[in-house]
Design a protein. Sequence first.
Length: 408
Amino acid sequence: MNKQRLLERFLQYVKINTTAIEDSGNYPSSPGQLEIGKLLVEQMIAMGITDAQQDQWGIVYGTVKGNVEGAPVIAFNSHVDTSPETTGNLVNPHVIEDFDGKDIILSGDPSQIITVDDCPELAGAAGKTIITTDGKTLLGGDDKAGVAIIMELANDLLENPDIPHGDIRIFFTCDEEIGHGVDHVDIEAINATVCYNFDGGGQGDIDEETFSADMAIITFTGVNTHPAYGKDKMVNASRAAGHFLANLPADLSPERTEGRDGFLHPYTLEGGVAQATVKVLIRDFDTQQLGKHADILQTTAAKVEECCPGTKVEIEIIEQYRNMADGLVNEPRAVQYAVEAHERLGYNYKRTIVRGGTDGSRLTELGLPTPNLSSGQHNIHSPLEWACLDEMVAAVEVGKELAKRWAE
């Protein structure tokens, strides 16, 4: 494969501002996602993918035609948007070759330092090529590393027709970072037996479980009056929301949970006297537990109505995604072949769980089994983000082994 071309792809992609915008009212939520999608289609056509296209939703599709008759169709996926937690505008990537494995002071903001103490995997990148930000923006390795990996994988397969494989579907989604990556994906058109999502950290992770996820929107309705005359009349919705948050179980929070523990995470509080709203993330690896966590919210809401007379509390539960393990059991080859691909290459690997979700969670739920694989990302969603080119190269090799394994 062409390591330099892979790097050049990645550097080109991260310079396009594709920050997802919550509550934009548009899909995709930012124009840069359409821009990068148009570029990807042009590049796919140039390398020989004749059916490359960008649909009305900005999602990019294409097929690397197979050379093994009757082989199952497989797919590879990543997302083009980046997190709204840190700006992706005017990204200035820095390439460090033969990295020394020590702390990095970022050039654009010397107060931003990637340290080995905070990021132990930095030391493991000694001697490799890494890419950092300048400290003013995120890098966008999540998930433009995945985009670059899949594009180079496709290019490599087309340049080496002796590598046996069936038809390979490629698709790039939008707005994954704000929970809408799979909203408009055409599963029937992809028509694949399995998919692999390159959207994981480091190297060698095979993510086979994610959280199951719901979101609760809790609305507190009170009565607003002039505070000078509020006695026995005012019902303060903000105060009621405060009571609600104070009475949620502290041991069921992200601050006190790890591993396979679930949690309730209030992440938005807004409003005033007449009305206030709290949004709560509900997470657990056991899908059945989501209902029990929601019951805790209902019980807490009832207590608030008792201690804050006149307050009305309403809870809306919105389903988000489900643990990919629930669907992967229906196609055990999806994970097993990923394991075999690493073993054939002599790579270390870990079968892992994700305290979060990916496009693979929803794709699996919709009937397309989709484990998540490493793509060289580190310190994502942060100005301290960095990516490792050598790990991205390894991901391309894993993709090629998967293509060959499914064609056997």
